[in-house]
Design a protein around this ligand. Structure first.
Ligand code: PLP
Length: 383
């Protein structure tokens, strides 16, 4: 009998329970207490970010970013179709229409060469998604945005601790959004953070996050009463969640190194199958340092993928496919349109499957997954 290998196990370093206990005993469990401050200060320092605010999720970090972009009803937002629904929900909340563009097959990221043609006089924002923690071609994208007067939001939900030409993902565009969901590299159960790269948005962001009040200015002693000044919502997470995240950020390098070791073992172990043309493995462009968020492989087509996933399951290994392109989903049809030709989005999404990847995955389990994959193709693995 072998154990069932799940594709994700929520990260836990062992330090979290002590910090959560500390939060409880401090009798301060609502938002913006000591642990929230520690986490945002850590993120700001580590990523040289001007301002980072913890949020209740990656989705609400995106909501904040898109609401801060000053979108007017009917404005357009360009985004890839190959992404999670949240990337598209936030522009809709802000009143925009969606314009989906195609991805690059090598990274599954937005194809930077297809963006410019999709721009109209209603375009306001480009949302890029750093898939699997591998950066989009940001120099080109920022240059397009600059020339057309557009804002850039980085959906870096999967990209915490990754860099592009030495710059941390999330700090390159106007706004960056991180997720600390339990499936992400660093977790607080449900949670996220928004990175504000231009200080002119700082105060608006604080007001938006604090139910439309200038409470932050009040706490800093800048006004003697706090009041409702703008539209806002509640985007701050509880201290209990922030305390859990602190137990992970303190170990951020250990977690990153552990995941990278797993990623590299997959890559080395599966390369021979790729060289024989049986599968494709991820590619990381020069200048991109990734965080081992995900290890995926691509099969021949959707039929082979379905068969592959059930083969692995019958050998107690969970492998999961990923996004169904948003432009073909019911909400995508209602709120958006696909610009240009869908050359890669559908085709590549149907071939991709994710392998088990989490902090603390044992060598034994890892070798078993690689070996089962070899078995599927009638090959032997002696790694
Ligand atoms: C996980 C994820 C989100 C949403 O984050 P939550 O914290 O689950 O709300 C958004 N975009 C991408 C690309 C993600 O992977």
């Amino acid at each position: 009998m072998t154990n069932f290998i799940h594709f994700n196990v929520p990260p836990c370093t062992g330090k979290e329970i002590g910090y959560v206990k500390e939060a409880i005993e401090s009798h301060k469990i609502c938002g913006d207490g000591a642990f929230t401050k520690k986490c945002s200060a850590w993120l700001e320092e580590r990523f040289h970010a001007q301002k980072v605010l913890l949020t209740t999720s990656g989705s609400t970090a995106l909501d904040m970013a898109l609401l801060l972009c000053g979108i007017e009803r009917g404005d357009e937002v360009i985004l890839p179709s190959y992404t999670f629904s949240s990337t598209a929900n936030s522009p809709i909340l802000a009143g925009a229409n969606l314009v989906f563009t195609d991805i690059r097959p090598d990274t599954m990221n937005i194809d930077e060469t297809k963006i410019e043609a999709a721009i109209t006089d209603r375009t306001k924002v480009i949302v890029v998604v750093h898939y699997a923690g591998v950066a989009c071609e940001m120099d080109t994208i920022m240059d397009i945005a600059k020339r057309h007067g557009l804002l850039v939001v980085e959906d870096a939900a999967q990209g915490v601790m990754s860099t592009y030409k030495g710059r941390p993902l999330g700090t390159i565009g106007d706004f960056g959004c991180y997720s600390f969901h339990e499936t992400k590299n660093y977790s607080m159960g449900e949670g996220g953070a928004v990175v504000i790269n231009d200080p002119k948005y700082n105060e608006k962001a604080e007001i938006l996050r604090e139910k439309g009040t200038n409470r932050s200015r009040f706490i800093r002693g800048q006004v003697d009463k706090y009041t409702w000044v703008e539209f806002g919502d509640s985007f701050l997470p509880s201290e209990l969640n922030a305390a859990y995240l602190w137990g992970q950020l303190e170990m951020a390098d250990e977690i990153n190194e552990d995941r990278l070791r797993t990623w590299n073992t997959y890559d080395k172990g599966l390369k021979p199958l790729a060289e024989k043309g049986l599968i494709e493995v991820p590619s990381v462009p020069e200048g991109c340092v990734h965080n081992a968020h995900m290890y995926y492989i691509k099969l021949k087509d959707i039929e082979e993928r379905t068969d592959f996933i059930s083969f692995l399951k019958s050998h107690d290994v969970q492998s999961v496919f990923h996004y169904i392109p948003l432009h073909s989903a019911p909400a995508g049809l209602r709120y958006g349109r696909f610009f240009g030709e869908d050359v890669y989005t559908t085709k590549e999404s149907e071939r991709l499957t994710r392998l088990p990847m989490y902090y603390g995955m044992t060598d034994e389990d890892l070798r078993r997954v690689i070996s089962v994959i070899h078995q599927y193709f009638g090959e032997t693995y002696d790694g």
